[in-house]
Design a protein around this ligand. Structure first.
Ligand code: ADP
Ligand code: 5GP
Length: 218
């Protein structure tokens, strides 16, 4: 919007939250990677977790990896917008980061679990909630195994949790079935663009446009 030279730089669209949840292995990280590559000006909220880093993961890139003690300390200080116990570990979203980015008019992507998504929609009802659904249970199991990141026990726990998570798709505004990866990517990108066109996101800009139609001169 600021590409119009007549628009003061201070007039920007409001930032918003794009919350994405999925059962583990559904393809959320893959889709998010593609979304972040293809859509500019999206910020990614890096969560805090007590989970041990997987091979290749870096502190401050995928997560802020902290001890259970530090996690609880931060939670008690009110530093999390929401937090949850997922697959045996704690995860939390930084309230400071979200508030700071929203104040700058940024759109922020949150990759959080179903409980966290429900919490965020209560705290910030304007958030867009997207659920990534695997094509079926057998495909999910295959993806989790072929990814090769988790031990058999962790995979069993994630599959067990998936049975509950997929039943909660009605808590989301959008559901993308991640069967064909390119189709699912396009659907995700389209939703993000559509969310940005909500009039509430740019009401002040629209009011300015409408004001140019007032005054009766032509
Ligand atoms: P999540 O982040 O939801 O746990 P990942 O993005 O790590 O899941 O995907 C799990 C595995 O499934 C990865 O090996 C990934 O390459 C694969 N995958 C993701 N989406 C698809 C798809 N549409 N078709 C086939 N394989 C996929
Ligand atoms: P993983 O350990 O596979 O990276 O993530 C496990 C689950 O925790 C995923 O469903 C992921 O979306 C979720 N998760 C990651 N960060 C957060 C967070 O800050 N809050 C909540 N509630 N869930 C999170």
């Amino acid at each position: 919007m600021s590409s119009n030279p007549d628009s003061p730089a201070s007039i920007r669209r409001r930032g918003g939250l794009i919350v994405i949840s999925a059962p583990s292995g559904a393809g959320k990280s893959t889709l998010l990677g593609r979304l972040m590559n293809q859509v500019d000006t999206l910020e990614y909220s890096i969560s805090y977790t007590t989970r041990a880093p997987r091979e290749g993961e870096q502190h401050g890139r995928e997560y802020f990896f902290v001890s259970v003690e530090e996690f609880h300390r931060r939670r008690e200080r009110g530093e999390f917008l929401e937090s949850a116990h997922v697959h045996g570990n704690f995860y939390g979203t930084s309230k400071h980061y979200i508030e700071d980015q929203l104040a700058q008019g940024k759109d922020i992507v949150l990759d959080i679990d179903v409980q966290g998504a429900t919490m965020v929609s209560q705290i910030m009802p304007q958030s867009a909630l997207i659920f990534i659904m695997p094509p079926n249970f057998a495909v999910l199991e295959k993806r989790l195994r072929s990814r090769g990141l988790d031990q058999a026990e962790a995979i069993a726990r994630r599959l067990h949790n998936a049975r509950e998570e997929v039943r909660r798709f009605r808590q989301f505004h959008f559901v993308i079935v991640n069967d064909n990866l390119d189709d699912a990517t396009q659907a995700l990108i389209s939703i993000v663009h559509a969310e940005r066109s909500r009039w509430r996101r740019s009401e002040h800009i629209l009011r300015n446009i409408v004001s140019t139609f007032e005054g009766g001169h032509q």
